[in-house]
Design a binder for this molecule. Structure first.
Ligand SMILES: Cc1cc2nc3c(=O)[nH]c(=O)nc-3n(C[C@H](O)[C@H](O)[C@H](O)COP(=O)(O)OP(=O)(O)OC[C@H]3O[C@@H](n4cnc5c(N)ncnc54)[C@H](O)[C@@H]3O)c2cc1C
Length: 349
């Protein structure tokens, strides 16, 4: 059994923590944001202060592999998602009309998923995690501690230093600090080589509005979740509790389309698109929310066949994050979690 510290209590950090705890390790999560888990999914949506996750109130979709992973590794999280009102969604329901043979086949259940608003998903995951492991909210980590190297010339991480000056030791540190993880600088500060980093701004702006129906029913899909037009794309994502999100994705260099920040202009555009206009048939529950500056990034912590440091690994968005309009972040994070030891995460412990 090892003592493991997880830095960051987002969706991937908490899920990783639960899996490791179930493998018999002693796991603690340190989360920078101090607000306690709210009492209900609606409270999480309305008022949970999650400044550490810029996309907390942006649209999210869980792809079917996440649902399969929950079945095999975290069935109680799946139950918590169901209790919180997340919905079962069939990806095959959005097949193009040109696919005329819609007879169900053996194995098609792998296209079923469970999904909801990001706040509801995180509320459900955190409510199970907090029953299982210590999740210390309001603890911010600012750097790494080192001990005797286990391989010549390679720093060995033995713990972390928090912003209130505490030093906490562990056998393994897991960086789950998301897109804004400062790990490369922390590694440099302990004289490790910097990881190799490939990064590029995805060049998109999201303009999203969430809606809720009076009846709890969602608009029907007449296209895929993501539809490309000449100069913009539409993303229509199902949510929990009769909610859904409609997003117009534009290029950040398209000055004219930035007028879509104005709800009137945004609504005029959606209403003008025959396959999407009916997604406006609900009560808007947000203004038009914008998000820009989302990078695609991949970090490699093994250089020239050797890890840049031992005793620390990186998971989730800190390790790799991609264009969010394809909604792959949590699926990739989940996939990497189940591949520990196959070299997809970073340095060896
Ligand atoms: C606009 C947008 C839309 C997206 N849509 C989808 C989607 O539809 N489907 C999907 O699967 N993914 C989507 N993603 C990606 C998804 O949000 C991420 O993949 C996911 O949040 C990654 O989880 P994580 O736990 O790695 O990081 P995060 O969820 O970002 O959590 C990181 C945590 O670390 C904490 N932290 C940071 N620094 C410190 C510190 N020094 N000490 C302690 N704690 C710290 C933060 O407070 C935060 O809670 C989207 C992303 C964006 C930007």
């Amino acid at each position: 059994m090892s003592t493991i510290l997880i830095l960051g209590g987002g969706v991937v950090g908490l899920s990783t923590a639960m899996m490791l705890a179930r493998d018999g390790h002693s796991v603690t999560v340190f989360e920078h944001d101090s607000e306690a888990l709210p009492g209900s999914p609606e409270e999480a949506w309305e008022s949970w202060g999650r400044r550490g996750v810029a996309q907390f109130r942006q649209p999210h979709f869980l792809h079917p592999p996440v649902s399969c992973l929950l079945d095999s590794h975290l069935p109680d999280v799946k139950e918590a998602l169901q209790r919180a009102g997340c919905i079962t969604f069939d990806r095959l329901a959005t097949m193009p009309a040109s696919v005329t043979d819609r007879t169900r086949r053996e194995g098609d259940e792998r296209f079923l998923t469970i999904t909801g608003r990001r706040s509801t998903i995180e509320y459900a995951i955190a409510s199970v995690a907090e029953e299982l492991i210590p999740v210390r909210r309001g603890v911010s980590v600012m750097g790494l501690l080192t001990g005797k190297s286990t391989a010549a010339g390679i720093p060995h991480v033995t713990g972390v230093r928090t912003t209130d000056g505490k030093e906490i030791l562990a056998d393994l540190i897991i960086d789950a600090m998301g897109r804004r993880s400062n790990l490369p600088n922390w590694l440099e500060a302990i004289r490790a080589r910097r990881p190799i980093e490939e990064a590029e701004d995805s060049g998109f702006i999201y303009y999203t509005r969430f809606f809720r129906s009076a009846t709890g029913a969602m608009p029907a899909y007449r296209t895929e979740l993501l539809t490309y037009f000449h100069s913009f794309s539409f993303l229509t994502l199902p949510g929990d509790a009769g909610t859904w999100a409609v997003t117009v994705v534009i290029s950040s260099s398209d000055q004219a389309l930035k007028k879509l920040r104005d709800p009137k202009q945004w609504e005029t555009l959606v209403a003008a698109c025959p396959l999407h206009a009916h997604w406006l048939d609900g009560e808007p529950i947000t203004d038009v929310l914008s998000m820009a500056g989302t990078i695609d990034r991949y970090r490699r912590f093994v250089r020239g066949g050797a890890p840049v440091a031992t005793g620390i690994i990186s998971v989730g968005d800190s390790w790799a994050c991609t264009n969010p309009s394809l909604g792959r972040g949590i699926t990739m994070g989940a996939d990497a979690r189940t591949r520990h030891g196959r070299g997809r995460t970073t340095t060896s412990g």
